[in-house]
Design a protein around this ligand. Structure first.
Ligand code: T4K
Length: 427
C-alpha cells in the first residue's frame, strides 16, 4: 500500500491534500493466528460432526484458559455481554449495581437487561478506572454489587474495591473484557472479585471471532454459570435454573486455541507498535500516550492518546477529523460515556452525582490503530500527520472556522462533537 507522507500542514487531506492512506486503517483489526492450523481444526470439527454444546474443542479451550490465568474455572460463552449477564444473574444481583460510565455500553446494558439499575460512578482521571471513593459514596440500601472495569487492560484498584465491598457486604465483579493476558501485582486478571468476565470479540487482543468467558475460583458459582449458559440444565431432562443459550461453539473455540498459540507474537507486535507511537507522541505538544505499568504484563491492545487542547492548539475532535481525512479511522472510545447515552441519559437515577472526570476523559481520549495489521511505517506516517497538524494548529483551526465541521464519520454509537452536547443538569 502506498503511503503519502505529510511533510507540512499543506499536505493534509483536510486542507485539500491526498489522503495518506489509500485504504482505511481501522482500530480493532483482528489478530489472526496460523490459518493452516485453524482450518485443520475446523476440518476436524466438521468431520466429527460435533459443532457446539460443550464439545471437545470448547472443553480444551476452557482448560487452556483456566490454566493460563491460574484460575479454577473458565466457562466459555458466545460473547462477553452475555457472559456479564449470566454472571450477574448467577450472583443473584438485583436493585442497583455501581459501575463506571467510562466503559463500553455493553457493561451497563448487561445490567439493564437483567432489570438491574446501573449507577454510574466517576473514574480516577489518572487511571481512567473506577474511583473507589466515589463508588462508596454511591452505595444505597438498594446496592448489591460494584462492577469494576479494567479499562484498556489496566487493572482497577482491586484492593480498595475488595475492602469496600467486604465492609459493605456487597458482591464484587469485574468486566475484564480488555484485560486478557494482563496482570495485577503479578497475578493474572481473571481471579479477582467473585468472578471476572472476558470478551474474545474479533477486535480484542485475543479473539474467538465472537466469544467471552467467566472465570472464577468459586466452585458453586462456576457450576451455576455453567448450567445457566445451557438453558439451566443440571442433567438430561432436569432444569433447575432460568438459563439461556450462552454457549460458545466449536469453531469459535478452534479460533481461540489457534489465537492462543500466536499470543506471544501478537504481544510482541502490540508492544513494538506501542513503543513506536510513544516515540512519535513524546515529541508532540499536548499529546500524552497512556502509560502501562512496566512491572506488570500488559497486552498493549489499546493505544490511547490524551489530547490537551490548550497545549496542542487543537482539540481531540479536531485531531480526529484530521486523521479520518487521511483514512486513519481513530476512535474516541468510550465517548460520550454511558451516562450520556440512552436510556441512561433520560433517567437521572443512573447518574445521581456529576461525573467530571469521566466527562473530561471522554472528551480528550483518542484511540489509534494497532495490532498485527499495523506496521512501523504506518505508525511513522500517522506521527507525521499529527506533527503536520500540530505544527500549524491555527491553519487547521481556520479550516474548521471557515467550513462547518464535517460530521465525523460515525461509528455505530457515536454522537456529534462533544462541544455540541449540552451539559447534564444535576439537582
Ligand atoms: N465490556 C467492555 C469493556 C467491552 O469493551 C466490550 C466490548 C464488552 C464488555 C462486550 O463484549 P462483547 O459482547 O462484544 O464480546 C467494538 C466491539 O464490538 C466490542 O466487542 C468492544 N467491546 C468494543 C470496545 O469495540 P464497536 O462498536 O467499536 O465495533 P465496530 O464494528 O465499530 O468495530 C471496531 C473496529 O474494528 C472498526 O474500526 C472495524 C474493525 N473491525 C471490526 C470487526 C468486527 C475489523 O477490522 N474486523 C472485524 O471483524 O465495538
Amino acid at each position: 500500500m502506498t503511503i503519502r507522507i505529510k511533510r507540512s500542514v499543506d499536505d493534509l487531506a483536510i486542507l485539500g491534500g491526498t489522503p495518506a492512506f489509500e485504504q482505511p486503517l481501522h482500530v480493532g483489526r483482528p489478530n489472526v493466528g496460523d490459518r493452516r492450523r485453524l482450518l485443520a481444526r475446523i476440518d476436524r470439527i466438521l468431520q466429527d460432526r460435533w459443532l457446539t454444546n460443550q464439545g471437545p474443542v470448547v472443553k480444551e479451550f476452557e482448560h487452556r484458559i483456566a490454566e493460563r490465568l491460574d484460575v479454577k474455572h473458565c466457562i466459555a460463552t458466545c460473547n462477553g455481554t452475555l457472559a456479564l449477564e449470566i454472571a450477574v444473574r448467577a450472583l443473584d444481583l438485583s436493585g442497583e449495581v455501581i459501575v463506571p460510565s467510562m466503559t463500553f455500553v455493553a457493561t451497563a446494558h448487561a445490567l439493564m437487561w437483567q432489570r438491574i439499575t446501573p449507577i454510574f460512578c466517576d473514574v480516577d482521571p489518572a487511571t481512567h478506572n473506577i474511583d473507589p471513593q466515589h463508588a462508596e459514596e454511591l452505595i444505597t440500601p438498594r446496592t448489591t454489587a460494584i462492577l469494576g472495569v479494567h479499562l484498556w487492560g489496566r487493572p482497577c484498584d482491586v484492593e480498595a474495591l475488595t475492602e469496600i465491598t467486604r465492609r459493605r457486604r456487597l458482591a464484587l465483579l469485574f468486566d475484564a473484557a480488555h484485560a486478557f493476558g494482563c496482570t495485577h501485582k503479578g497475578r493474572s486478571i481473571g481471579r479477582f472479585g467473585a468472578a471476572e468476565v472476558f470478551s474474545f470479540h474479533a477486535t480484542k487482543y485475543f479473539n474467538t471471532f465472537e466469544g467471552g468467558a467467566v472465570t472464577t475460583d468459586d466452585d458453586r458459582l462456576a457450576e451455576r454459570i455453567r448450567r445457566m449458559k445451557n438453558f439451566g440444565f443440571a442433567a438430561d431432562d432436569k432444569v433447575v435454573d432460568i438459563g439461556i443459550n450462552g454457549k460458545m461453539n466449536e469453531t469459535a473455540a478452534a479460533m481461540g486455541l489457534t489465537s492462543l498459540e500466536s499470543l506471544d507474537e501478537f504481544l510482541a507486535v502490540n508492544r513494538r507498535n506501542y513503543q513506536a507511537y510513544r516515540d512519535q507522541c513524546d515529541a508532540l505538544p499536548g499529546l500524552r500516550l497512556l502509560q502501562y505499568d512496566q512491572r506488570e504484563t500488559n497486552n498493549y491492545q489499546y493505544v490511547v492518546v490524551e489530547v490537551d487542547r490548550a497545549a496542542a492548539g487543537l482539540g481531540r475532535d479536531e485531531l480526529l477529523q484530521v486523521l479520518r481525512a487521511e483514512n486513519v479511522l481513530a476512535r474516541r472510545y468510550f465517548f460520550p460515556g454511558c451516562h450520556r447515552m440512552e436510556p441512561y441519559r433520560s433517567d437521572r437515577r443512573h447518574a445521581p452525582s456529576p461525573l467530571p472526570a469521566t466527562e473530561s476523559v471522554a472528551g480528550r481520549v483518542l484511540v489509534l490503530p494497532t495490532g498485527t495489521s499495523v506496521d512501523q511505517e504506518q505508525i511513522a506516517a500517522i506521527g507525521q500527520i499529527l506533527r503536520a497538524a500540530l505544527q500549524m494548529p491555527r491553519r487547521v483551526k481556520k479550516h474548521f472556522a471557515l467550513h462547518a465541521p464535517t460530521p465525523i464519520l460515525p461509528g455505530p454509537h457515536e454522537l456529534p462533537l462533544l462541544d455540541a452536547i449540552p451539559p447534564i443538569q444535576h439537582q
